[in-house]
Write a protein of this length. Structure first.
Length: 105
């Protein structure tokens, strides 16, 4: 798939609000603590996910040498946030949610 076809597919794509992360108090993911808000542009969301994964990469490299448990937890949460963002955009691509759509369910 070339770059032009990818840009064409996500130019008007918006988040749907299905991407979630953060287990609840019981440790299950049945009711997550955080959710991606619907209506954000896919370009912006994917840029944010890329930034988060860059931080995860740096943190995990640090953890390999320093054995820092706090940094490991931070990397875990940041990767969960990035996953939720990408998952939400992917869901929007499947549904074809665009700027003119409200919230998809």
């Amino acid at each position: 798939m070339n770059e032009e076809s990818i840009e064409g597919r996500i130019a008007d794509l918006k988040t749907t609000g299905v991407g979630v992360f953060g287990a609840n108090l019981s440790g299950t993911c049945s009711e997550n603590l955080f959710r991606v808000e619907p209506g954000h542009s896919a370009d912006f969301v994917l840029e944010q996910a890329t930034m988060l994964m860059s931080y995860v990469n740096k943190l995990t490299l640090h953890v390999m040498f320093e054995q820092d448990e706090a940094m490991l937890c931070a990397a875990h949460y940041l990767s969960g946030m990035a996953k939720a963002l990408v998952e939400d955009v992917a869901h929007g691509m499947v549904l074809g949610c665009s700027a003119g759509d409200s919230k998809a369910g």
